[in-house]
Ligand binder design. Sequence first.
Ligand code: SAH
Length: 339
Amino acid sequence: MRLCDYMSNCLLHPTLGYYTTRDPLGAAGDFITAPEISQMFGELIGLSLAQSWLDQGSPAPFTLAELGPGRGTLMADVLRATRSVPGFHAAARLILIEASPTLRAAQGRLLQPFAPQWVDMASDLPEQPLFAIANEFFDALPIRQFLRAGTGWRERLVGLEGEDLVVGLGNPAPHPDLSHRLADTKDGDLVETCAPALSVIAALGQRIAGHGGAALIVDYGDWHSLGDTLQALKGHKSAGILDDPGQADLTAHVDFEALAQTATTTGCAHSRLTTQGVFLDRLGITARAQALSKGRNDADIATITSAHRRLTNPEEMGNLFKVLGLYPAQANSLPGLTS
Ligand code: SAH
C-alpha cells in the first residue's frame, strides 16, 4: 500500500479514521493548535485578511473560507475581530472545507450565526473573490516518500509481515515528477511529495488570481523538503507511524516551496515564507496581549503572557511554524508578510 493510502485511511476512513471519529484537539486530546492556545492568533489573522480585503476595494460578495477548521475556534475569532470592519460581514459567504463529520458538527455549533456552508474540496469553492485561511491543514494531507536509487526512486510502501505492519521499499523506477530533485539529492536520500496539497493550492490560486482575494497558510515545514518528516502523535506524545492505525494523528512537514511554485503557475503571487513568530509580531500581538491584560487578575495575565510566548518564541511555536501568503499578482502582500 502506498504511504498516502495508508495515511488517508488512518486519518479519514469513514468509520475507523482518526479525524472522522473524534475531536482530537485540546489538553484532553492528542495535540493543541495555535487558535486553541489563544484568541490572539485568530484575531490577528482575521485583521490581516480584512485589511487585504479593504486594500483590494472591498469586493462583494466574497468567499471567506477556512480549510480544516478543527473546532471552529479560529474562524470564530476571525469573525469577532472583524465585526467592526465596515461591510466585511455583510459581503462574506462563510465556507468551510472539512472532511470530518464530528468536527463539522462542532464547527456548526460555534459558527451557526454566520450560516456556514461546508464543501469537501477546494475545487468546490465558488468562482468569486476568496479570502482563506488554513492552519495545520496541509500537514494532514497524505504524502508519498521516495528513496533515491541511481537516477530512479524506490517508493516506501506499507505491507504485512505475518500479522505485523511493516514499511518496505518498492522496486527502483524512474519518476518524472521528481526529475527536478535529481539535482539536489544523492543516492539514499528521501524526498516527500504531496499531490493533494498541490491540487488545493491550484484551486485557491486560480480563484485568487482570477477574482481577487488572499490566502494565509500556516503550518510546520520549510522551504524545500528533504528527509522523512512523517510522524505520529498520540496523547501529546510521539508514537510509531504503524503502532495504532486510526488512533494516532499522522502529519508530515509542509514543503512550502512546492506550494509556492504551484501558486505561481496559477498566476497568483506569493509572499516570502515567514516564521509565525515574526508574522504575529508584525501584526501587533504584543500590543494585543497588553490590551487583553488590562484590568485582569494575576492569573489571567500569566495565561495571556504564556500564550504570547508559546505562539511567538523561537524555542516554542515561533520558528517551527511558517506562514505563506497568496495574493493577486497586481495586489500588495498581506499585512504581516513581505513580497
Ligand atoms: N485548523 C484547526 C484544526 C487543525 S487539525 C486548528 O488550528 O485548530 C486538521 C483539520 O483538518 C481537522 O479539522 C481535520 O478534520 C481537517 N482535515 C484533515 N484532512 C482533511 C481533508 N483531506 N479534507 C478536509 N479536511 C481535512
